[in-house]
Design a protein around this ligand. Structure first.
Ligand code: AVI
Length: 326
């Protein structure tokens, strides 16, 4: 009995170790650059995912609710489109699936969706969300894949036409070069004849953007700082959270919101054998959130081999959803 148990334990310990090693190496590499950086993918541990869900409910954070309001219209029109194309079996593959709120309008309005593959880095959060979704849609064939959505994924083979789904403007958290890379890799994952439905945040008044990323309740600040707490917890670092300040600014030349954690004093932080010094006001760049015009984004996706089929725009052009075809 004991001997049979060991290999399994060893396997999961090794997997945990290699994930932790990768995290450690990424953090050390990022903090060793002249502009210190941390990858936004590390925001999303269980606590970070909960903070993000809270951000989505904030009055200032327009992208979530604006897209959610637009999606039933998108879904109804997509249903007619797929009917016209005689497509009667779809597998929706959601990249960075999170809490699975956005898939619901599609499932409600597009009966051809028989399969759903949800890819997300936060395994526990994803499993819980998939269980809840299964209760609402008992006949839906659901596959949960824990992983980095920017990497190619091998999908169950089936006859179903694949529809990639990447809502929330998460594509804006990649640089334009990374976004092209991601769209290329998604094209490989999904295959010829597939489609991709994407949420894209539009360029707009700077004050609206500023408020969305500097909310009055300070939830975005907690979300930003949680990355340091995660490094303390998982890598045994000694970041003093009160010595860092959340900062989000719109960089108009680059068309992106930049999030930083600014050191409020000269200080030193220890992570394993590495120590990092921070000057007062020196920042760690934690996230970019790119905003696009429809023309800019169509050009970007064309560079990755996709053809733009349709754009849906929210009121006042606050947010947009696009359908791509490959
Ligand atoms: C997930 N992503 C699209 C969010 C955004 O707006 O860029 C992440 C976020 N960062 C701060 N608030 C929300």
């Amino acid at each position: 009995m004991h001997e049979q148990d060991s290999p399994l334990k060893l396997d999961s310990t090794l997997k945990q170790d290699s994930t932790l090693n990768e995290f450690y190496e990424d953090v050390v590499r990022g903090l060793s650059q002249s502009q210190k950086t941390l990858s936004p993918k590390y925001f999303y541990d269980a606590q970070g995912s909960r903070y993000f869900d809270q951000i989505c409910q904030l009055p200032e954070y327009y992208p979530y609710r604006t897209e959610l309001k637009l999606l039933p219209t998108v879904a109804r029109e997509l249903n007619s489109y797929f009917q016209q194309q005689a497509i009667d079996e779809l597998n929706v593959v959601e990249f960075g699936a999170g809490s699975l709120h956005k898939i619901k309008p599609l499932l409600e309005h597009i009966p051809a969706i028989r399969h759903f593959t949800a890819i997300d880095i936060s395994g526990e959060h994803l499993d819980n969300a998939c269980q809840e979704l299964q209760k609402l849609f008992p006949d839906l064939d659901i596959q949960a894949v824990q992983g980095d959505f920017t990497q190619p994924v091998s999908l169950h083979s089936s006859q179903a036409t694949r529809l990639g789904f990447f809502p929330g403007s998460t594509i804006g958290n990649l640089t334009p070069e990374e976004a092209v890379e991601f769209l290329r890799s998604a094209r490989q994952t999904l295959g010829t004849g597939s489609y991709m439905l994407l949420g894209v945040d539009s360029k707009k008044d700077t004050s609206i953007l500023h408020q969305a990323y500097n909310d009055s309740q300070g939830i975005t600040a907690l979300f930003n700082k949680n990355i340091l707490q995660r490094i303390n917890r998982e890598l045994g670092a000694d970041f003093e959270l009160s010595n860092f300040e959340h900062q989000a600014v719109y960089n108009s030349a680059k068309g992106r919101i930049e999030m930083h954690l600014r050191s409020t004093s000269d200080q030193k932080v220890q992570i394993g054998d590495n120590s990092f010094t921070f000057k007062q006001d020196e920042s760690i760049h934690t996230e970019n959130s790119y905003k696009y015009t429809t023309e800019e984004f169509s050009q970007l996706s064309q560079g990755a081999g996709w053809v733009t089929e349709e754009w849906w725009l929210a009121d006042n052009n606050m947010f947009a959803v696009t359908l791509l075809r490959c």
